[in-house]
Design a protein around this ligand. Structure first.
Ligand code: ADP
Ligand code: MG
Length: 707
């Protein structure tokens, strides 16, 4: 018998083979199929769902719509019925009001040998109406006397299962039994892993009570409270780890301290800023300024919807660096984007005498050499470019700030490569237009600081978005003609999700030919850009469109990121059902950049699944990137969203990042509170937290940072 909880902690590390009722062969299956190695792992195998077995039905009350029902009665006879392949075994099961039929397609021998007639059983399962008789295939069946004795009879847990598990006889019932055995062996006592401060403040139930009720719920209320407590705990430790990482980073990685906001910034701000900054832009600039003014390295993610005005924030941040005699770089994922940034920023730089240059893969050798020299001498103050900036030959005199636009195209490895170019790392600002739902950002980027521009510049006309079926194509063509007649330009985008798929490619080509037929030369000029073209050809076609020489740009998603053509007012997305929500939103962001009313037309076939319908409706009704991202997360789950793979949030055992966002916020609040008060987790009142954290194998980091 177990005396105290620290003993329990040791016992929990026992290999699962040693649990009564498991043994080596079952242990093997549990390990392979569910990753259960130890007692602890089994305790943390949380049910997927529960079924309510508090209620009993009478056979006479059954409805065809009943999902799962539980009935008490007796088997009064068996019969075997031949069918196309093999036989099925049918038992008549009676209660005092009527009967139903139990049906088995396998395991007849065992059933005939073990199930007794005229004995009380409790059966449980789904009923179907079959030839006007209610039948229950492969029921869960248990002797009434056993049922009365069992621990888990009211609300029954259903554990995760796999085909292999059930083939090897490890049914849900077996797992319940094994779990029961484990609880008996452990005396149901577990070490508390949260501080009493948190438990009391949040009125959480104890760890022991939560674990008991998650596996053997006494009632619905206790079950809910157990779920809440365990989800909270799980999210709390993820947040604790992320915030600690951030603290450690700040204490270890010193950054340059930009103390002054000087002439470059002020002159620009007072004399040349072409518009009033939005409040969100001001707030974010202030956050960046404070970061760069402290002596820790900035590591900040700047989220802002397409068109929210991230570029000006980037530019003004770079001016602060220059005011402090440091160089800055702005890195973009494509040449087109780098070029646009350079063109957009150069006039401002010229106004206040800041020296800026562009470096990309296609920069000429001679020009490159000059740039390299001027970067090393410090003459160049801002360098805009692509991956070409990461080459070893590129050396800075003193790089103080590195800004990365559209970060999902750059890996973490590349980011760290960038900062190795100096003695001290530059401040890093990562900008993304792919809004990440706040809940997800908190989990994935909890170790970065996050700024959000959640406000569009005033006077923007919302883009009108409509959903049209392919059968309306003629009207759409007519609409394009009208817009071109008004002097506007049009994007038509085709899915080329996998560039090697020849079918996609054929769609694009067919589409292009159709467009050229409907919009013949010389009256109309049509450009086309796709991923299989040479970069130079792509660039050439892009430029024709940017300069307004072509009316229509037929393209694949290569235009997704950043391109700015204010005169383009219509975005037509072909086979829109094949795009994800965030991609659709990104594409739509290509229009609505000028003063004219803009439109987005989502073309689909008539056959649309539920999910696709929701996506189209969301696009039509919402223009808020964060709202769209939330729906996207709900539809797709976090697995497909950027950055989630590394973060471990996909391995959550009980919490759900989408459904439990309130618990997540609460957990983050507490993790922060604990660490603000006690950054080294050395206060005795945090002992349960420190202990748990050590056991998770994550304490090493804190140790490094203390010493
Ligand atoms: P994104 O965040 O998508 O990179 P940009 O920085 O390209 O957005 O800004 C989009 C457009 O909005 C640009 O033409 C920019 O000059 C303009 N803009 C940015 N901030 C403001 C503002 N505060 N008021 C008016 N226009 C603005
Ligand atoms: Mg941008």
């Amino acid at each position: 018998m177990i005396k105290n909880s620290s003993n329990t902690a040791t016992i929990l590390q026992t290999p699962i083979d040693y649990l009564k009722g498991v043994g080596p062969s079952r242990a093997e299956v549990l390990r392979k199929e569910l990753g259960i190695n130890t007692f602890q792992d089994l305790i943390n195998l949380f049910p997927n769902r529960y079924i309510d077995r508090t209620r009993f039905y009478k056979t006479a009350d059954l409805q065809p719509s009943n999902a799962e029902v539980q009935i008490i009665g007796q088997i009064t006879g068996f019969k075997e019925i031949a069918q196309k392949r093999g036989k099925r075994l049918v038992a008549t099961f009676r209660d005092d009001l009527g009967f139903i039929e139990l049906v088995w397609f396998r395991g007849h021998k065992w059933i005939r040998e073990h199930l007794k007639t005229h004995t009380d059983y409790v059966i449980f399962g789904k009923v179907n109406l079959f030839n006007s008789v209610f039948t229950m295939p492969h029921p869960d069946i248990e002797l009434k006397t056993n049922y009365d004795k069992s621990l888990s009879k009211a609300i029954q847990p259903i554990y995760p299962s796999t085909e292999k598990l059930s083939n090897r006889g490890i049914s849900n019932r077996v797992i319940c039994k094994v779990m029961e055995q484990l609880f008996l062996q452990l005396n149901g006592r577990f070490e508390e892993s949260l501080s009493s401060e948190i438990l009391e403040h949040q009125r959480l139930i104890s760890k022991s009570e939560a674990l008991l009720n998650i596996h053997f719920p006494k009632n619905q209320n206790l079950l809910s409270r157990s779920q809440f407590r365990l989800k909270f705990e799980e999210l709390f430790y993820i947040q604790l780890q992320l915030i600690l990482k951030n603290i450690i980073h700040k204490s270890k990685i010193k950054g340059y301290r930009f103390e002054t906001v000087g002439d470059y910034f002020n002159t620009f701000y007072n004399k040349h800023l072409p518009f009033e900054l939005t409040n969100a832009q001001k707030r974010v600039l202030k956050e960046i300024r404070i970061d760069m003014g402290s002596n820790a390295q900035m590591n900040r993610l700047l989220q802002g919807d397409v068109g929210s005005g991230k570029t000006i924030v980037a530019l003004m941040s770079m001016f602060i660096a220059i005011d402090n005699d440091f160089q800055s770089t702005l890195m973009a994922p494509t040449e087109i984007l780098a070029f646009q940034h350079y063109n957009g920023l150069k006039p401002f730089c010229d106004l206040i005498g800041v020296k800026i240059a562009l470096l990309t893969g296609s920069s000429k050798i001679a020009a490159r050499r000059v740039i390299h020299e001027q970067l090393e001498s410090g003459e160049l103050q801002i360098i805009v470019g692509t991956h070409a900036l990461l080459e070893d030959k590129v050396k800075f005199k003193n790089l103080g700030l590195a800004i990365i636009d559209e970060q999902h195209r750059f890996g973490v490895a590349q980011r760290s490569k960038l900062w190795k170019k100096n003695d001290s790392p530059p401040h890093i600002l990562v900008m993304t237009a792919t809004p990440i739902p706040r809940t997800l950002a908190m989990s994935v980027y909890g170790d970065l600081d996050i700024s959000v521009i959640d406000e569009l510049p005033a006077g923007r006309k919302p883009i009108k978005t409509v959903h049209r079926y392919d059968t309306n194509r003629l009207k759409v063509i007519g609409f394009i003609r009208e817009e071109i007649a008004k002097g506007r330009q049009i994007y038509i985008v085709y899915p080329l999700i996998n560039e090697s798929e020849s079918l996609d490619f054929k769609d694009l080509m067919d589409g292009y030919e159709g467009i050229v037929r409907d919009f013949p030369m010389p009256k109309y000029q049509v450009s086309m850009v796709h991923g299989q073209m040479k970069p130079a050809d792509k660039e050439f076609e892009m430029q024709r469109f940017v300069k307004g020489e072509t009316h229509i740009m037929v393209a694949t998603t290569v235009i997704e990121v950043g391109v700015n053509v204010p005169n383009a007012s219509v975005m037509i997305i072909e086979s829109a059902e094949r795009f994800g929500l965030s991609q659709l939103h990104q594409l739509r962001g290509r229009v609505g950049r000028g003063s004219e009313q803009s439109y987005c037309i989502l073309m689909t076939s008539h056959k649309l699944g539920e999910n696709s319908k929701t996506r189209m409706q969301t696009m039509v009704h919402s223009s808020d990137g964060f709202e769209i991202a939330e729906v996207d997360l709900r539809l797709r789950g976090p697995g497909d969203m950027m950055g989630t793979q590394q973060s471990g949030i996909l391995e959550l055992k009980i919490a759900n990042i989408v459904k439990d966002k309130d618990i997540l916020s609460l957990a983050r609040h507490w993790a922060k509170k604990v660490l603000v008060a006690d950054p080294k987790l050395s206060d005795p009142k945090h002992q349960p937290i420190t202990q748990t954290y050590i056991k998770m194998g994550k304490y090493k980091n804190i140790w490094n940072y203390i010493s």
